[in-house]
Design a protein around this ligand. Structure first.
Ligand code: FDA
Length: 396
């Protein structure tokens, strides 16, 4: 006979959102059991932000989150703000700094964030059980979870098992299975904040430049990101590309401006006047300040090719157009194996924006990346995990 245990709330998934929900509920005096199938909590926090965890952003307006309902995230984000998480980090004496674009990172290590959340859980007396898979969930008003060692039950269940990105870190489609079990709709989960793959003819150029980075603006429609782009052996990556990937559906094109804030045509014509004897590739590298390898790839002329002074204005205009409005259609993405997050997920139409509770199933909550709310790159996804976790933790 498996032992039976009773709690006020069960939380599945000890990632960012689950740890926040568990500690918030337990601080309110709730008896909370936090279940994690992996051997360690907060695996994604540990590798985030290059090991320094970009734990929030100074500003997190709802416009920086994607969802079928762009208003859904507002309520939770307004009740748990970046300043609340910063205050928590400060209380634990964790040093941090702003890197760029409002992005806040630990000075030391992402491990400090995991330890802080675990310390909060311990202090609030959350029961944390690692290496524990949930075999079955039954519901008769209370939720009963079968694990190998026990049957645990509670009137509230919080699903914080994240999305499908990076399966080797323990990502599963568990949240979507539970949604299906309880008749909750989902928006198709897809890789997001993900490197893009290309086919010929672009691929040869990109592969040849693999490892080269340059500042660009990647844009689609009115949405644009001025950040670094990295050429890879499969196509393009880097922050600007990850950001624009959130806004692309299969087959969509986007544009790259390789000279943000500059007028390539004017610069090329000025170079033609000032240094007519230099090669085009030299003009690109020295006058337009493009990385050397990129300049060579864009103007791969022979030694005998005419210098810029003998290149027609029409040719220079066409090159300028390509430099500033390079229109690209990816063949695909590098998929969930490389995606930083999953877009789509639990349809917010079935959830309360205040409590993350399923309207049709009282007591059942979905939080964090499992939900159809996806942030930009830059600390937004953790802020959503903290805010949605706090909302559920306040409610159970
Ligand atoms: P998360 O995935 O963190 O946690 C889910 C937990 O549930 C995991 O511990 C998993 O093992 C567990 N689980 C899954 N299935 C289960 C099951 N069936 N039973 C029990 N447990 C189960 N964001 C950001 O804001 N700043 C950053 O710097 C970064 N950096 C970054 C780097 C990399 C490489 C990646 C992949 C992602 C980021 N992110 C990020 C995104 C961020 O990590 C992500 O949005 C949050 O971790 C989501 O938190 P959740 O708690 O929702 O899911």
């Amino acid at each position: 006979m498996r032992r039976r245990e009773h709690y006020d709330a069960l939380v599945i998934g000890a990632g960012a959102a689950g740890l926040m929900a568990a500690m918030t509920a337990a601080r309110r005096g709730r008896r909370v059991l936090l279940l994690e199938h992996g051997e360690a909590p907060g695996a994604k926090i540990l590798i985030s932000g290059g090991g320094r965890c970009n734990f929030t952003n100074r500003e997190t307006p709802a416009a920086r989150f994607l969802s079928a309902n762009p208003h859904f995230a507002k309520s939770a984000l307004s009740r748990y703000r970046p300043a609340d998480f910063i205050a928590l980090v400060d209380r634990h004496g964790i040093a941090w700094h702003e890197k760029t674009l409002g992005q806040l990172f630990c000075d030391g290590s992402a491990r400090q964030i995991v330890e802080m959340l675990l310390a909060e859980c311990r202090q609030a007396e959350v029961t944390l059980r690692l290496g524990t898979a949930v075999q079955e969930i039954r519901h008769d008003g209370r939720f009963h979870l079968e694990t190998a060692a026990a049957v645990v039950s509670a009137p509230a269940l919080v699903i914080a098992t994240g999305g499908l990105s990076i399966p080797k870190l323990g990502a599963t489609g568990f949240a979507y299975q539970i949604a299906a079990q309880f008749g909750v709709a989902t928006v198709r989960p897809e890789p997001a904040l993900v490197p893009l793959c290309f086919e010929e003819p672009e691929l040869s150029l990109m592969r040849g430049l693999s490892g080269t980075a340059t500042e660009i603006v990647a844009s689609r429609g009115k949405t644009g990101f001025r950040e670094a782009m990295l050429f890879t052996h499969r196509g393009l990556s880097g922050p600007a590309i990850l950001q624009i990937s959130n806004y692309l559906q299969a087959g969509d094109a986007f544009t790259v401006d390789l000279l943000p804030g500059q007028d390539a045509r004017a610069l090329l014509l000025a170079a033609k006047r000032a240094r007519p004897r230099i090669a085009l590739r030299t003009a690109l590298a020295e006058q337009l300040r493009l990385p050397q390898r990129l300049a060579q790839a864009l103007a791969p002329e022979e030694e005998s090719a005419p210098p810029i002074g003998e290149t027609s204005d029409k040719t220079l205009s066409a090159l300028a157009e390509r430099l500033q409005r390079w229109c690209l259609t990816p063949a695909g993405t590098e998929g969930f194996a490389k995606a930083e997050v999953t877009r789509g997920g639990i349809d917010t139409a079935g959830l309360s924006s205040k409590t993350m509770e399923v309207t049709a199933v009282p007591g059942l909550h979905f939080i964090g990346e499992a939900v159809d709310v996806t942030g930009w790159l830059g600390g937004y996804n953790f802020q959503w995990a903290w805010a949605s976790g706090f909302a559920a933790g306040q409610a159970v």
